[in-house]
Every structure is written in structure tokens, then in C-alpha cells.
Design a protein around this ligand. Structure first.
Ligand code: ATP
Length: 282
């Protein structure tokens, strides 16, 4: 079976505290986008085989999809094997949850092909042990994610909004960005309540006004180009622009497809990974 594994952007990302184990406690509004990997899952006699159209993605147990398959087989005593092909379209190490969404899709797909009676909650708990964004990717749509990302409150769909995404020609490590985040130095936290109101009213302008990501400053110190991309995107007609997750992908919201197309053409001259896409509902 083939499953579409959708990427996400952060409409907001705030860090409100730090746990003793070093994990930050977060408050994020996540939004699924129309950009997806295709995950083709079939039964095999034994073992786990991963293939991928992108040569630089690991296909061994370093791949989150592999880890998800392994955990699923162990948990539900599956004695057969599985073959997984990942057709990757989502930029990698980009702040778009590419690996997490693949893992969530593998859990769903394996439940289906091996006819395992596991609830969504059970699979989300399994996913959480592999990565904090996996439970959200499992649910999708528009959601408030708290804790380390695993406490999920679904929100009214904020779908069908036009986006341009620019992934600079480098990746960043989520772990390193969080390591470099000092929450005592955050001068302005996110006005999450304002954003929740704006989403409830489906008010794109207000969402654009209040959207904020406290990781931006951490990543921008190392990669100044992100700041320029943000600025250029607004000059090209975005209502507002922001870095997604730990970066480096920058997205901009548009209220006009022609402006979005012009912005796309502008960035396409300098960057390989530029997309026009939309927010979706689950
Ligand atoms: P997040 O937004 O959750 O931080 P990300 O978009 O920043 O995720 P990923 O694309 O998930 O980051 O990739 C991060 C690292 O994980 C890469 O170095 C990549 O090699 C590795 N990786 C393992 N499995 C996968 C996968 N299925 N897809 C993409 N990357 C994977």
C-alpha cells in the first residue's frame, strides 16, 4: 500500500521551560502542508528493507522509518518482514518533520497490512519513543502541541492557505539548535492565545501578524542567509515569513497566487528546493 506522508510547518514555536533531562517544554502550533513523501509498504518474507530515491538518506536502522518498522514488529510480534520504499519530496533536515512523518506513515501502514488491532493512541505512544514530532504527524491537520510535542490538541482546520517554502542549500541539526537555545534569553514569547483566536476565526492576516518562532534567533546566528530570505519573501509579497521548526526552511503566507508564483520564480534562481504549496486539513 502507498501512504502519503505529509510535511508540516510551525505557525508558532515557543519554549516555556526545560526538563531535567535537557528536553525543552514547548508550545507549538503545527500545520500540515500539501508537500508529501510517498511511502510504499509491502509484506516480505523476513527482515526490514528500506529503499529511497534520495541517495543520501540512510536506509539502515538510522532511518526513522526503519526504526518505526522495527519497533512495530517487536511490539506486535510480527514474524514476517516488510519492504518500504520512500519517495522523498520533503526537504531533509529542514524543519519540516520529514523523518517523523515517514515514521508515522510506517506505523499506520504496518497496522493495516499486518491487520493489527492497535488504537491510534497506542501507535502515537510508540511513535513518541522514537521522536517527539511523530504523534503530531500521526494526527496531522492544525494542532497545538505541548509538552515536548506529544500533548496534542486538534484545532479548527487552517487549510487552503497559499505558501512559498524556501529551503536554503544546507541542513541544520534539530538537536544542536535546541542545545544552543537558552530560554532565559528569550525576550518575547509567542502570543499563542492570540494565534489560537486567529486560527479559530480563520484570519490569515492576524495569524501572519502573531506568528513567531523562538528558535529563529538561534539558527540565524549561525546562518545569516535565513534573515535575508525572510526579508526578501516579504518584499516579494508575502504577508509575513518565518522559519519553520529548527530551520532552516523559511515559509511565507500569500493571499494571492500570482504573487506567490513570482516569489517562487525569484527564489528558484538561487535555491534548488523552492515550493509553492498550501496548508491542508487532515
Ligand atoms: P524536524 O522538523 O522533525 O526537526 P527535520 O525536517 O529537521 O525534522 P528530517 O528531515 O527528519 O529533519 O531529517 C533529520 C535527519 O534524520 C537527517 O540527517 C536524515 O539523514 C535523518 N533521517 C533518518 N530517517 C529519515 C527519513 N525517513 N527522512 C528524512 N531524514 C531521515
Amino acid at each position: 500500500m502507498v501512504i502519503k506522508a505529509y510535511g508540516k510547518i510551525n505557525i508558532s514555536l515557543d519554549a516555556v521551560d526545560k526538563r531535567e533531562d535537557g528536553y525543552h517544554l514547548l508550545k507549538m502550533i503545527m500545520q500540515q502542508i500539501e508537500l508529501y513523501d510517498e511511502i510504499d509498504i509491502t509484506k516480505a518474507d523476513e527482515g526490514i528493507t528500506i529503499t529511497c530515491n534520495k541517495y543520501f538518506i540512510p536506509t539502515d536502522n538510522k532511518n526513522l522509518a526503519y526504526k518505526a518498522a522495527e519497533l512495530f514488529m517487536k511490539t506486535y510480534n510480527i514474524n514476517e518482514g516488510v519492504k518500504i520504499h520512500i519517495e522523498k519530496n520533503i526537504p531533509v533536515a529542514a524543519g519540516l518533520a520529514g523523518g517523523s512523518t515517514d515514521a508515522a506513515a510506517v506505523l499506520k501502514g504496518m497496522r493495516n497490512i499486518f491487520k493489527v488491532k492497535a488504537s491510534d493512541e497506542e501507535l502515537m505512544k510508540l511513535g513518541e519513543t522514537l521522536g517527539a514530532d511523530i504523534p503530531y504527524c500521526f494526527v496531522g491537520g492544525t494542532a497545538l502541541c505541548e509538552g515536548i510535542g506529544e500533548i496534542i490538541t486538534p484545532l479548527r482546520p487552517f487549510d487552503n492557505k497559499i505558501l512559498v517554502l524556501v529551503k536554503p542549500n544546507f541542513g541544520v541539526s534539530t538537536k544542536t539548535v535546541y542545545k544552543n537555545l537558552d530560554i532565559s534569553k528569550i525576550r518575547k514569547h509567542v502570543k499563542t492565545d492570540r494565534l489560537l483566536e486567529a486560527i479559530e476565526k480563520d484570519d490569515l492576516k492576524s495569524v501572519c501578524y502573531h506568528m513567531k518562532n523562538v528558535l529563529e534567533n538561534v539558527t540565524i546566528i549561525k546562518h545569516k542567509s535565513i534573515k535575508n530570505i525572510k526579508k526578501n519573501m516579504v518584499e516579494m509579497g508575502a504577508i509575513n515569513s518565518m522559519m519553520s521548526g529548527s530551520g532552516p526552511t523559511v515559509f511565507g503566507f500569500f493571499d494571492d497566487i500570482l504573487k506567490a508564483q513570482r516569489c517562487y520564480e525569484y527564489f528558484k534562481k538561487d535555491y534548488q528546493e523552492v515550493f509553492i504549496t498550501r496548508t491542508i486539513k487532515k
